[in-house]
Design a protein around this ligand. Structure first.
Ligand SMILES: Cc1cc2nc3c(=O)[nH]c(=O)nc-3n(C[C@H](O)[C@H](O)[C@H](O)COP(=O)(O)OP(=O)(O)OC[C@H]3O[C@@H](n4cnc5c(N)ncnc54)[C@H](O)[C@@H]3O)c2cc1C
Ligand code: FES
Length: 255
């Protein structure tokens, strides 16, 4: 983990609720970053005391460009939206355990802003010669990032209300797939999506990984503020999302 200072190069709205923040870090000091790991961004604003966690949506080690897709939620994400190109920002990175990037055929299942880490994962799988299919579910137009569909060929979009893609839920996309034709499956999205997907994936014999969210104070294992339950070796264990995750074996997490 390093505390790096970067310069904002771009901070633009992608939709009414989501913006893209791109930060440049001198490439010689940017460490290798695994998809699914995250950064704690320091936000200089009144009343925002803790850093906020964001997954890497893309990292280019050659240029030192780090990209985040950020959903407007509260004070921190609101203040971050206001920072301008040229301003400095402090980031603790890389944090957490990321996805296992595998060759072969991968199915990526994203709900809402859960597409952020899966965008980076998809790029890394393709770089390693793997094939990907993406199911991308959104609530409405305001949650849909159009540039994602330009990045990848094999992507199906579902929208809860008539909007981009087909009307329906991520689960509709999952049910329509022959999941056994994939070697591994990766998920990131709201708990309600994960709960609905769980019964469909429990008997899948390959690797299934999920990136979880939780409230985080420190981001590196010191405060116990981010604990989740995992059922492993026939017993319940408590794991820290920031240190043992955010990526876990989907079959083991208790949702
Ligand atoms: C590992 C990890 C990766 C993440 N990656 C991304 C990402 O790539 N893009 C992105 O937009 N967001 C991501 N998040 C969520 C993001 O960190 C929160 O939305 C952000 O911290 C909210 O800060 P805020 O000050 O704007 O809101 P706050 O003022 O802190 O909270 C406003 C409201 O949002 C809710 N809230 C706050 N944090 C969370 C959370 N973690 N989960 C659910 N509800 C929350 C609270 O209930 C509160 O009502 C990630 C979270 C984690 C743990
Ligand atoms: S956020 Fe502090 S232990 Fe995980």
């Amino acid at each position: 983990m390093q505390d790096l200072k970067g310069l904002v190069v771009e901070n633009i709205p992608l939709t009414k609720e989501i913006y893209k923040l791109q930060i440049s870090v001198p490439e010689e000091i940017l460490p290798e970053i695994i998809p699914g790991s995250f950064a704690m961004l320091k936000i200089e604003a009144k009343g925002v005391f803790l850093r906020r966690p964001f997954s890497f949506a893309d990292v280019d080690l050659k240029t030192g460009l780090v990209t985040f897709y950020i959903k407007l939620v509260g004070k921190g994400t609101g203040a971050l939206r206001e920072i301008h190109p040229g301003q400095e920002i402090s980031m603790l990175l890389p944090l957490g355990r990321g996805f296992t990037v595998m060759p072969g055929k991968s199915l990526l299942v994203a709900g809402g802003i859960g597409i952020a880490p899966l965008n980076f994962l998809a790029r890394e799988i393709i770089k390693k010669g793997g094939e990907i299919s993406i199911i991308y579910g959104v609530k409405n137009e305001a949650m849909f990032i159009p540039e994602i569909t330009k990045n990848f060929k094999n992507i199906e979009v579902y929208s809860e209300i008539p909007g981009p893609g087909k009307k329906g839920l991520v689960l509709d996309g999952l049910k329509a797939k022959d999941i056994n034709s994939y070697d591994q499956i990766y998920l990131c999205g709201p708990n309600v999506m994960l709960q609905a997907a769980k019964p469909y994936l429990q008997n899948f014999s390959g690797l299934v990984e999920v990136s979880l969210e939780s409230y985080m104070a420190c981001g590196f294992g010191a405060c116990l503020g981010c604990v989740v339950k995992v059922f492993s070796n026939n017993e319940i264990e408590y794991k820290k999302v920031c240190k043992d995750g955010p990526v876990f074996n989907f079959k083991e997490v208790v949702l």
